[in-house]
Design a protein. Structure first.
Length: 444
């Protein structure tokens, strides 16, 4: 019996490695299809890519060859362990996917996590694999749709520019013609003046000179009138051309304003949490890189605070997820009310929020955290005239020059864990973890 248990454990380990490998391959393929702007992403498209990967073939063949040695779980306990392993694997996949999709998609992935709590889902592997892939497909489809919108805008812009180019070309040609006519007119006037000058020199009869002058002056007047008519006609054509160009430029401006608004909306979606309106995980990661750079280059103090709602699961269980969402919105509003404008607030995930406090040392961050905790504790959160307790626990760390995003977060997260462990509705720091954590470890 001991031998069978050992064999089964070895097979499960090998199975775990293969599943992780296949999951990584699926994620790589999804990224490839996304970069290629593939509009149709489904299991068939993914399977075709996997079929051409020698590494996947080898893994699957090895799996088939070893299949005869595998034994099914001997009892209910083993089956439960296997299903729990699959659930953990699914959760890890969803967490990885959550890092590359916008916040509205993250909510969908969290809902899948709730579904995966039912172990019966894992009896059919295609169900729990296709579900997260479906969420990713929606995200990729939305990117493809946005690319189509941008391409259509560029196409329309080029058409408008082409339409403007024609009247500009015509106007340039018209101006060149006008320059030529002006030169001809000036030459004609000069020629008439020379002729009149010559008549004065050659003529001895006043009457004949008068007649010649009057004839030439009349011709000059006719030429001037004709020139005036040409200029008026050309002025009307120029005004019409400018009016048409103005209309087309306004059309381009309106379309540019529209695409700018869409771009701003897309940017908001990309960097903000859809439920609370706060910054999201992507915005947080970028802000952390910026703060770390300032800390390392200019030695500017900064602190990180992680907080989450105490007993949030009870709120969801007792009042429903709708009230849970209202609690998250309420906390987001309270955070914005209490904290400074230059403090960076983001929803990290679930009921967890992160706050970057620039130009703030650990002591200052504790004062800010305690003030925030008390402010939320004294606030009123109710639903249908029923008051619901709303408190937070918080953990704080101080940025150090050698830190990266993970290290400073882990220290704050450990402080948050200590705040939860020592009673909730309190603020703890990385120093408290060193001091109180040792005491707690010894007492337990």
């Amino acid at each position: 019996m001991a031998h069978n248990t050992s064999t089964q454990q070895i097979d499960l380990t090998a199975f775990e490695e293969k599943v992780y490998f296949i999951a990584a391959e699926v994620l790589d393929i999804l990224k490839e299809l996304s970069r290629e702007n593939q509009k149709q992403i489904n299991s068939k498209a993914i399977a075709e890519r996997m079929f051409h990967k020698e590494s996947v073939k080898s893994a699957l063949l090895n799996s088939n060859n070893n299949g005869s040695n595998n034994t099914s779980p001997a009892n209910k306990e083993d089956k439960e362990k296997e299903l729990a392993f699959l659930k953990d694997l699914a959760d890890n996949m969803l967490d990885k996917f959550s890092e590359i999709v916008p916040s509205n998609m993250v909510e969908n992935l969290r809902n899948l996590k709730e579904i995966f709590k039912d172990h019966s889902v894992f009896k059919n592997s295609s169900d729990w694999l296709d579900s997260p892939i479906g969420v990713i497909k929606k995200y990729i489809d939305s990117l493809a749709a946005r690319n189509v919108e941008l391409e259509e805008f560029l196409k329309q812009t080029m058409e408008h520019l082409a339409a403007i180019e024609a009247p500009l070309t015509n106007e340039l040609s018209s101006q060149q013609q006008k320059f030529k006519e002006d030169r001809d007119f000036e030459n004609n006037i000069s020629e008439y003046m020379n002729m009149m000058q010559q008549d004065c020199k050659n003529s001895t009869n006043f009457d004949s000179l008068k007649t010649a002058f009057l004839s030439k002056i009349e011709n000059i007047n006719k030429g001037i009138e004709k020139k005036r008519e040409q200029d008026m006609q050309r002025l009307k054509e120029t005004e019409k051309t400018l009016e048409e160009m103005g209309k087309r430029m306004n059309e381009i401006k309106n379309e540019a304003d529209e695409i700018r608004k869409k771009s701003e909306e897309m940017e908001v979606q990309a960097y903000h949490d859809t439920l609370t309106g706060l910054h999201n995980r992507k915005a947080y990661d970028e802000k952390m890189e910026e703060i770390l750079a300032h800390v390392q280059r200019y030695n500017i103090p900064a602190s990180l605070m992680i907080c989450d709602i105490d007993f949030f699961k009870k709120i969801n269980d007792n009042h429903g997820h709708k009230v849970g969402d209202l609690a998250l919105k309420k906390l987001a509003d309270l955070l914005k009310e209490r904290l400074r404008k230059n403090d960076f607030i983001a929803r990290y995930g679930g009921e967890e929020f992160v706050i970057i406090l620039p130009h703030t040392d650990l002591k200052g961050a504790v004062l800010a955290g305690e003030g925030l905790r008390a402010y939320i504790d004294q606030s009123v959160f109710s639903y249908k005239n029923q008051k619901i307790p709303l408190t937070i626990s918080a953990g704080i760390s101080f940025f150090k020059k050698k830190d990266n995003i993970s290290t400073v977060f882990e220290r704050a997260d450990s402080a948050l864990y200590l705040a939860k462990k020592t009673g909730r509705n309190r603020v703890k720091t990385e120093d408290d973890v060193v001091n109180e954590g040792t005491v707690l470890a010894q007492t337990t």
